[in-house]
Write a protein that binds this ligand. Structure first.
Ligand SMILES: Nc1nc2c(ncn2[C@@H]2O[C@H](COP(=O)(O)OP(=O)(O)OP(=O)(O)O)[C@@H](O)[C@H]2O)c(=O)[nH]1
Ligand SMILES: [Mg+2]
Length: 466
């Protein structure tokens, strides 16, 4: 309780200081949210590059009023800086490659000097807007699902979830059922169960599961091996003092208090605008169950954030109200543009559902199909009297190919229904998406890397504040 109060007090004081500064130089905190591999790091890198060099941003209406854009030291001295230059060089150089999965949080501040519009323009001179962006491992986002659960609730929830992935979880589930949890605590036994649990989470994730906590078990960062990460869920039963079950429960609480809550408090508190990235194509490829898992995970995350109002997470860590939220289906360059409307329609249907379950009151939302870094070009070919839209690019194994990615279904509700039923296959057969590598040497003077609709995303997220 005292910890919570102290948090609230420091947040309050910060708010005042920031409030005074904001009169002169407004700051916009952009939350780039998404499960692991959804495309956060690529999005952040390409957005920044395309705001620094605006040649490919016709959809950003304020683009010609931006007199200068530059990177500045970020406000939080204790968070590593986002390795923007390295990521950009990796993705756009002569032998381009995608960035590695993110293993820790990092932050970047982009500042733009903007000429105001209208009559005041000549009088007041240019203004500066700072945009702060945070990058983090997507796995850690899943922890919103454990913050409001007690040890017993959490254990019951994850054990029930793991029952649904028997191939992945059998060794752990057997061990958890056999454990002498009311007996005296023993560190090697705790470590053994924790290791089996971490393996089960990893295997279930590889099979398409999303709602798996704690996120740090999938990606420990610098906490690997610490007691806060050495616990596992156990079936209900007695928990006498000093028992294995009592100590596991204590460590779970320590994880919530010392790891999960500070992460959300420090990084999600003052978010003004959110972009939620979804690898819808990846989930389609993995099948109905993966799509349902993704929809469920996004719904949970949004319910915690309750973007329009302050949700339960806000009462816990002091979130600010987010007034705009963009949902983006990433990697749209895998499809010919004729299919983009269908990708967006599938995303629309998923989000509509999340919206009806989360409370969006007061937050403006939008959906887009985009590619942060366009790795393909398009071509049309005559085939049997019809024209087929192909995408051409280099696969990650180096082969140059022209592919017909096929058509997405026109009726998203049939897809979502198959997902909700837990069908093993899609009604119209499987979707295949090949992994393209970024195209070599894509940077031109005055322009950022090639993209699809990143300018529209920027317009929605930042346009009114420029
Ligand atoms: N073709 C294409 N692939 C993309 C694009 N953006 C991301 N990808 C693919 O998606 C992968 C994951 O992208 P990241 O930006 O690293 O994902 P992330 O959300 O930062 O993932 P974590 O750091 O693990 O949470 C990349 O390695 C690419 O293979 C895109 O615009 N086009
Ligand atoms: Mg990343």
């Amino acid at each position: 309780m005292i910890g919570r109060l102290a948090d609230a007090v420091t947040r309050g004081a910060e708010g005042i200081v920031q409030g005074v500064g904001e009169v002169f130089e407004p700051t916009l905190r952009l939350g780039v949210t998404g499960l692991s591999r959804s495309g956060k790091t690529v999005f952040t890198t390409s957005l920044v590059a395309n705001l620094l060099e605006r040649g490919r941003m016709p959809g950003l209406s304020a683009a010609d009023r931006i007199e200068a854009a530059f990177l500045q030291p970020q406000p939080d001295d204790t968070v590593p800086r986002f390795a923007y230059e390295r990521h950009l060089a990796d993705m756009t150089g002569p032998a381009p490659r995608w960035p590695d999965g993110t293993r820790a949080t990092s932050e970047l501040r982009l500042s733009m000097r903007v000429r105001p519009t209208g009559l005041l323009g000549g009088v007041t001179g240019a203004r500066v807007l700072h945009v702060d962006i945070l990058d983090y491992p997507g796995e850690w986002l899943l922890d919103v699902a454990l913050l409001d659960r007690s040890w017993d609730e959490w254990s019951a929830h994850v054990l029930a979830r793991l029952e649904g992935w028997p191939d992945a979880a059998a060794p752990f589930l057997d061990a958890a059922r056999a454990a002498q949890a009311a007996a005296k605590f023993d560190e090697p036994e705790a470590a053994r169960l924790a290791a089996l649990y971490a393996d089960a989470l990893q295997a279930a994730r590889d099979a398409g599961a999303y709602d798996l906590t704690p996120g740090r078990f999938l990606l420990p960062g610098d906490l690997a091996g610490s007691p806060a990460l050495t616990f596992a869920p156990l079936p209900p039963g007695d928990a006498p003092r000093g028992s294995l079950r009592a100590e596991m429960a204590r460590r779970f609480e320590a994880y919530k208090r010392g790891v999960a809550r500070p992460f959300f408090r420090d990084h999600f508190a003052r978010i003004d605008r959110q972009v939620v990235l979804l690898d819808v194509l990846g989930a389609l490829q993995r099948g109905p169950r993966a799509l349902e898992e993704m929809r469920g995970a996004v719904t949970d995350i949004l319910r915690a954030f309750r973007p329009g109002r302050a949700g339960w997470l806000a009462s816990l860590v002091g979130l600010k109200r987010t007034d705009r939220i963009l949902f983006a289906a990433t990697k749209a360059d895998h499809l010919h543009h004729a299919q983009h409307a269908r990708l967006q329609a599938i995303l629309d249907a998923m989000v509509r559902d999340a919206k009806s379950r989360a409370d969006f009151a007061g937050a403006e939302t939008k959906t887009l199909a985009l590619a942060s870094l366009r790795a393909t070009t398009e071509e049309e070919r005559a085939h049997g009297g019809a024209t087929v839209g192909l995408v051409r690019g280099r696969l990650t194994d180096g082969r140059a190919v022209s592919l017909d990615p096929g058509a997405l279904p026109g009726d998203p509700s049939a897809l979502l229904a198959a997902a909700a039923r837990g069908d093993a296959e899609w009604p119209g057969g499987a979707f295949g998406v090949e992994a393209f590598a970024p195209a070599p040497s894509t940077l031109r003077a005055g322009s950022g890397p090639p993209h699809i609709r990143l300018d529209r995303a920027a317009e929605f997220l930042l346009g009114d504040r420029l």
